[in-house]
Design a protein around this ligand. Structure first.
Ligand code: ADP
Ligand code: MG
Length: 282
């Protein structure tokens, strides 16, 4: 599929984050609805071309829990990526609109994210690097998929060298500049699971607003957040605790969680109708 800017008709803006804006668009020649992300990178044209080349790996990332990719190309000085449109949007929006996510849906979301992370690492040696509620998407068929993972080394580097590359979900070892591994994604998953279940970002526990720098210091120096006592099942407390172990050597990998977490094992076999829950939100 040869994507060109001229063939994409804007329908509506879906949101913008650090360094990009996402629109719902129609690809006129194929009559396909897509999500188009435009990333502005202050880099020379060769670097941008290299990023577009590296993004082509996304064509090989095919998994039920990964948002499909249609293509990437340069437009003006920007990088344009077209991906599958997920009509219920991201989990940050879902909980901000309808309150904390029910435990059985958090369970299915956790399984989907872990399955996606395991696929990316096992098949492509890709570490996600940006696990958070806004990068977990859902559609009205009840499918849950992850997006915005770090495929392009050049893009990762050009983002990391800017303030734009920081995030509230960064693990202590990443903030400290130590080795980065799949376990850093597990930290981010732990914060994400707590956020979905509580309906708010779990750090700091008293909810007072912190600047980015205060929050980073807090993550490195203070104990990990915990769930309010007695409100959630013990197996959920257990997985959050394991994900948020500050020492990456102690923290499980995505595969460890998939194989050994009681919360995950229960969620895998749980017969919750995600599609029905999805429809109830529309
Ligand atoms: P962030 O993930 O930091 O919020 P992004 O620029 O990646 O910033 O995305 C902006 C918003 O666009 C997301 O929060 C999400 O709600 C929405 N979005 C991104 N990709 C898609 C998609 N494929 N389908 C539907 N909505 C999307
Ligand atoms: Mg995103």
């Amino acid at each position: 599929l040869d994507l060109r800017t001229e063939d994409l008709r804007n329908i509506q803006e879906l949101g913008c984050g650090n360094g990009g804006v996402v629109n719902k668009v129609l690809h006129v020649p194929t009559n396909t609805i897509m999500a188009r992300k435009i990333i502005h990178i202050d880099a020379n044209p060769n670097v941008r071309k290299q990023i577009v080349r590296e993004l082509q790996i996304l064509h090989d990332c095919n998994s039920p829990h990964i948002v499909s990719f249609y293509g990437a190309f340069m437009t003006g000085g920007d990088i344009c990526m077209c991906m599958e449109y997920m009509d219920l949007g991201s989990f940050d929006r879902l909980y901000k609109k309808s309150g904390p996510i029910p435990m059985n849906i958090v369970g299915k979301t956790c399984c989907a994210v872990l399955d996606g992370l395991i696929y990316l690492y096992d098949e492509h040696r890709i570490i996600h690097r940006d696990v958070k509620p806004s990068n977990i998407l859902m559609n009205s068929s009840g499918l849950i998929k992850i997006c915005d993972f770090g495929v392009s080394g050049v893009l990762i580097n050009s983002m990391a060298s800017t303030f734009v590359g920081t995030s509230n979900y960064m693990s202590p070892e990443r903030i400290k500049g130590a080795t980065y591994s799949v376990k850093s994604d597990v930290w981010s998953l732990g914060l994400t699971l707590m956020e979905l279940a509580m309906g708010r970002f779990p750090f700091p526990e008293d909810g007072r607003p912190l600047s980015v720098f205060e929050l980073m210091q807090f993550i490195v120096n203070e104990p990990s957040p915990t769930l309010p006592a007695g409100q959630f099942p013990p197996e959920f407390e257990e997985i959050c605790h394991a994900c948020l172990l500050k020492d990456p050597a102690q923290r499980p990998t995505p595969k460890d969680l998939m194989l050994h977490s009681t919360f995950v094992q229960n969620a895998v076999t749980d017969k919750v109708d995600i599609e029905e829950w999805a429809k109830s939100l529309m």
